[in-house]
Write a protein that binds this ligand. Structure first.
Ligand SMILES: [Zn+2]
Length: 456
């Protein structure tokens, strides 16, 4: 096909729809997520966007001059990892152990992070002086592992700014969220606030903000961050109700979490004043933290009233069940969240608390937990694949508009994964969840093949 001929066809309209540069991706089974499964389905893609999705014969017929790429297996809308910390991929040894609580894991993590960062306190006490880790390289490694298991977008919490662009450099879409932790009201107004605003302005790419958790900052700082996020239209994500002791901390300022925070040397008002009298959800909700611009990670320990507050605000909950299991926490309330209609997404969390970046492994565990918790509807698998795609897109604020992600429909980014599975006549979503983990064969982002498994 020559450029001249193409111009002629488009100009004359003789070819029907302009077909220049169209690639048709076809497969025996396609899960566009936004619509029903397509047997012998196809996607027409141009300049990184989906032009059409439907039965192969119709899609191929609509674009007269196209190149076809035939995939074996199942093509699925790209997976969206709604909560991870790619830079901690170099601390995977921590994720291979088991712990008894968030506090136990945090203590182990803080020591490993301090050593990896050659933190001043480690130097002052004369402990082994580790060489500072290259956080950007570690994050790119995590991003490659995510891509190789079918992930095309991430909500990546970044503690060290040098890792902020790694997800994009590796080819992923999504957003990095700069983490804020450890600030008292005093240190925040002395320099923390200014430092954050400067970092966001100098980032060179749109970034969100992640106040680490309700116990990691003074209440006044959390409140100011909520205001900043709304006035600058910055997205937020926050760890919520991950510890069994978070409620005791916010209500009374006591318990294991309070001890941990004191041991870290943080002089927060909650500790001095004996708590706020409010549970974590009511406390944050009163500050205006929740809304569609904010999503939360974990939310293991919620009451029905707290689930209702998050639902009313349109706040997506990113469930990370394998990380919860590593930390020895209770299981996330997936059945209740589905039955009550809370918007949910799925995250792996970092390799420092999870055995792999394979998001479908978390989906499979959520499916098993939902059944154990008494969820009986036949739509379970379809809804969980939806959580791992459209749900994640919603968490990132990328579920609508041009270039949307999380579903294969006209106008969306052409982000998809191919899984080496033969579903036969079996239920496609269930088969994907049961057999998909570890079976990603290729990952395509914005129409570009960014990864393909080497032939054995
Ligand atoms: Zn996390």
């Amino acid at each position: 096909m020559t450029t001249a001929r193409t111009r002629h066809r488009v100009a004359s309209g003789a070819g029907g729809r302009g077909s220049a540069g169209v690639v048709v991706h076809s497969a025996p089974l396609m899960l566009p997520v936004a619509g029903p499964p397509l047997r012998e389905g196809a996607l027409a893609v141009r300049r990184g966007r989906v032009l059409a999705a439907g039965p192969r014969r119709e899609v191929a017929g609509a674009f007269r001059e196209h190149r076809e790429v035939r995939w074996d297996g199942v093509v699925v809308a790209g997976l969206v990892n709604a909560h991870t910390h790619l830079q901690f991929s170099c601390l995977a040894r921590l994720g291979r152990r088991r712990y008894g609580s968030l506090e136990e894991w945090s203590t182990a993590f803080d020591a490993a992070y301090a050593e990896a960062s050659s933190a001043p306190d480690a130097l002052a006490t004369g402990r082994r002086r580790g060489r500072k880790v290259d956080w950007a390289a570690a994050a790119r490694k995590g991003a490659r592992a995510a891509i190789a298991s079918g992930t095309t977008a991430v909500a990546d919490v970044v503690t060290d700014m040098e890792a902020a662009a790694a997800y994009a450099e590796a080819g992923l879409t999504g957003m990095a969220y700069l983490e804020v932790l450890g600030d008292t009201e005093e240190s925040w107004h002395a320099e923390g606030r200014e430092r954050l605003i400067t970092a966001l302005q100098e980032a060179g790419l749109p970034m969100g903000v992640s106040p680490h958790a309700v116990y990691a900052l003074d209440v006044a700082v959390l409140e100011d961050l909520a205001l900043l996020a709304r006035s600058y239209r910055v997205r937020q994500q926050i760890h919520l109700a991950e510890s069994a002791h978070e409620r005791e901390y916010t209500v009374r300022g006591t318990g294991p979490l309070a001890r941990m925070v004191r041991d870290l040397g943080f002089d927060f008002a909650v500790l001095r004043e004996g708590g706020t009298g409010l549970g974590p959800v009511d406390l944050l909700d009163g500050m205006g933290v929740f809304g569609e611009h904010c999503h939360v990670a974990h939310a293991v320990y919620l009451t029905p009233d707290e689930r209702r507050v998050l639902r009313k605000r349109g706040t997506v909950i990113a469930l990370c069940p394998r990380s919860n299991r590593t930390l020895g926490l209770d299981t996330p309330q997936v059945a209740a969240l589905l039955e009550e209609g809370n918007p949910i997404a799925v995250g792996t969390d970092s390799l420092a608390s999870s055995p792999s970046m394979d998001l479908l492994e978390d989906v499979r565990l959520l499916r098993d937990l939902a059944r154990e918790q008494g969820y009986t509807d036949a739509d379970l698998e379809r809804r969980l694949v939806g959580a791992a795609t459209e749900g994640g897109a919603r968490a990132l604020g990328m579920a609508s508009g041009p270039g949307r992600i999380g579903a294969l429909i006209p106008g969306a980014r052409a982000d998809f994964a191919v899984f080496d599975i033969d579903t036969g006549t079996r239920e496609p979503y269930r088969t994907l969840i049961e057999e998909g983990p570890g079976r990603c064969a290729a990952t395509v982002i914005a129409g570009r093949r960014v990864w393909q498994r080497a032939r054995s």
